[in-house]
Design a protein around this ligand. Structure first.
Ligand SMILES: [Zn+2]
Ligand SMILES: [Zn+2]
Length: 262
């Protein structure tokens, strides 16, 4: 706890964000940040107070973070525990603090009336002050554009044959390829999957609750070998032993979807 407060001081963020800062560290401690199925520019954050509520944080190309409509803190301050937690997790904390401080200071700067000291104008300016303040906050919000950030794509995908895995469905489109791992797989070229390790988001089964969980350890997740199922512009590769098993249909599919030349 003292380290968290120390880091808050050095962050230079305003005092009203302190609670969110502390909660963001709890969110990280409890491993409540996960990848968003089908999008590299989003993250899912499980609410601290309500285990069944998930917030979606969007990362813009300008490395700014935006929480979703359901988040009152973000609406109010343009910063919340969820966005700070994602910033911590994705190494964007520096960017987020800097741009936040910048937007706050430019906001206040624009509020300083040019003719301070004149009594008549003071009243007028004070009135304008609050209006101007609101306008500035909303423009800060508008600047947070939503685009895929290629720079955040780190993990590559390996091409594997479904028969060599226990995969049942695609993590992108949620389409099932079989009911159980012993079932036969689809015909070629759709008997291959892309695989990588991720922190998986899932609903706890069996329990009455609708709680959403994120796997503690990164787990293997599978995707159809289709551009529309795979998040971002990740690298695709295959082991030599797998490549040797590809037929023309596999090669054609991987070339068509990902430009992979085999
Ligand atoms: Zn939020
Ligand atoms: Zn799919």
């Amino acid at each position: 706890m003292p380290e968290i407060l120390d880091s808050f001081k050095t962050s230079g963020l305003p005092e009203y964000v302190k609670g969110s800062w502390i909660n963001a560290h709890k969110i990280i401690d409890q491993n409540r940040v996960g990848s968003f199925p089908g999008s590299e520019s989003k993250r899912v954050v499980i609410s601290l107070s309500q285990g069944h509520v998930c917030h979606t944080v969007t990362i813009s190309r300008a490395r700014q973070l935006q929480c979703d409509e359901k988040c009152p803190k973000f609406k109010l301050h343009k910063l919340c525990a969820h966005t700070i937690a994602v910033a911590l997790k994705c190494g964007l904390l520096y960017d987020v603090c800097r741009s936040y401080k910048h937007s706050v200071s430019s906001m206040f700067q624009s509020l300083i009336p040019p003719d301070v000291g004149k009594k008549e104008n003071e009243k007028k300016n004070r009135k304008r002050k609050s209006q101007g303040g609101y306008r500035d906050v909303s423009s800060f919000n508008n600047r947070t554009e939503v685009v895929i950030d290629d720079a955040l794509v780190t993990d590559s995908f390996e091409v594997v044959f479904i028969t060599d895995t226990s995969a049942l469905c695609c993590y992108g489109c949620k389409g099932k390829v079989r009911q159980k791992p012993s079932d036969p797989v689809p015909g070629d070229p759709y008997d291959i999957f892309l695989i990588r390790k991720e922190h998986r988001v899932f609903r706890k089964r069996g329990s009455k609750s609708t709680a959403i969980s994120i796997s503690k350890q990164p787990e293997y997740v599978y995707y159809h070998p289709l551009r529309s199922c795979v998040p971002g512009k990740a690298k695709i590769w295959a082991e030599l032993s797998t490549k040797l098993k590809f037929n023309e249909k596999h090669k054609e599919l991987l070339w068509r979807e990902f430009g992979l030349q085999l």
